[in-house]
Design a protein around this ligand. Structure first.
Ligand code: PLP
Length: 386
């Protein structure tokens, strides 16, 4: 028998990787499941972005390996984007590292900084990849709860009581996934002050700041943030380019160089036409963001109808591609509700427990389905309830 490496112990296949296979199997049995699970934008990128990719990829001289650090044109475009939308000044040569998706960046950071047994603060509930990347890199996760009673912000009084020995890193993410909680300058400052006080590397993941959020914010807006913070950003959601795999890491020069030591051994750069198309995406104006948000707003109203039918409670003012909602007391947990709706109405809704124990009494509904599909889901759930 060939055993898998020890580092895989405690790391299962990604929940959605398994769940989507199950849904596929149900569809093959003729079930026609409506999946309101994953946050993969179904809207296309801007037509000009696609045009750049088409035109550039038809050229003869764009097919070679590219720089490990990304093309200067893309790094400059990310710097200009950070300045325009967040008013953050970044040096395009030294403080910006384009990524093949920000999910990969989470792994790069963990592999660059964690030794066996190093402790890492991870949000509960939070994006499951923080947890698995920490474990794969040999680190140990210390959950910090993101609770409704605390406005879905970290409870710093509780955090201050921790034994800080061995805590090296903290993952944070506002607008928060899955709770949809928006960022605030105050919370960003508190996170940075906490990192500075305890010598903890703050890793802020920021893929949702443009979705259903009038004021995109970056943690790097806080003065002195770069001393202790790395921020990841992504075009997946903001530009409807999830499959293109374009993200960015922003950090001070020393950190970028450290992470490059790992990353340059993992990939061999990004396809140049894709980088040039990403530049076009980064140059899009307010109309682009308004146009996608108008669609998500309409869909969100329908998702509210679904949640009302399910007697869930929720804050209507959430950012990001999902609505996070508390389940009614008659269900043991979100898994039970999710299973009932899947088997009874052929609609899949994500149980909040997959994001951590603090999410067990919640469900998360994605906004990445067309209005007709959401109408159909409403119909099916109404039929089930009557
Ligand atoms: C909180 C969070 N961070 C990161 C990602 C990954 O984004 P990317 O497509 O840039 O890898 C996701 C994707 O769902 C996410 O929800």
């Amino acid at each position: 028998m060939i055993a898998t490496a020890k580092r895989l112990e405690g790391v299962g296949e990604y929940y959605f990787s398994k769940k989507l296979r199950e849904i596929d199997a149900l569809n093959k049995q003729g079930k026609d499941i409506i999946s309101l699970g994953i946050g993969s934008p179904d809207l296309p990128p801007h037509e000009d972005v696609i045009k750049v990719l088409q035109e550039e990829s038809a050229k003869q001289n764009v097919h070679a390996y590219q720089s490990y650090k990304g093309s200067p044109i893309l790094r400059n475009a990310f710097a200009a984007w950070y300045k325009k939308w967040y008013n953050v000044d970044l040096n395009a040569d030294t403080e910006i590292l384009p990524l093949i998706g920000s999910k990969e960046g989470i792994m790069h950071i963990c592999m660059t900084y964690l030794n066996e047994g190093d402790k890492v603060l991870v949000p509960n509930p939070g994006y499951p990849t923080y947890r698995s990347a920490v474990k794969l890199a040999g680190g140990v996760c210390l959950d910090y709860d993101i609770e409704e009673k605390n406005n879905f912000y970290p409870d710093f009084d509780a955090l201050e009581k921790l034994n800080f020995s061995g805590i090296k890193m903290m993952w944070a993410n506002y607008p928060q996934m899955p709770t949809g909680k928006k960022a605030s300058a105050k919370i960003f400052k508190q996170i940075i002050d906490f990192g500075k006080k305890h010598n903890i590397l703050i890793c802020h993941d920021n893929p949702y700041s443009f979705i259903l959020n009038d004021e995109p914010q970056s943690i790097l807006e806080i003065e002195g943030a770069l001393d202790v913070t790395i921020e990841l950003n992504s075009l997946s959601k903001s530009h409807s380019m999830a499959g293109w795999r374009v993200g960015v890491l922003c950090a001070n020069e020393q950190r970028v160089n450290e992470i490059m030591r790992f990353k340059s051994n993992m990939d061999s750069g990004m396809f140049l036409p894709l980088q040039l198309a990403a530049v076009k995406a980064l140059e899009l104006g307010q109309e682009w963001y308004d146009s996608v948000n108008a669609v998500y707003k309409e869909r969100r109203n329908k998702v509210f109808s679904i949640l009302n039918l399910l007697q869930c409670s929720y804050n209507p003012d959430q950012a990001g591609l999902f609505v996070w909602a508390a389940i009614p007391g008659k269900y043991k947990d979100g898994y039970e509700l999710s299973d009932e709706i899947l088997s009874g109405a052929n609609v899949f809704i994500t149980p909040g427990g997959i994001f951590g124990t603090a999410g067990e009494k919640y469900i998360r509904v994605s906004l990445c389905s067309k209005e007709e599909k959401l109408d159909e889901a409403i119909q099916r759930i109404e039929n089930l309830k009557n």
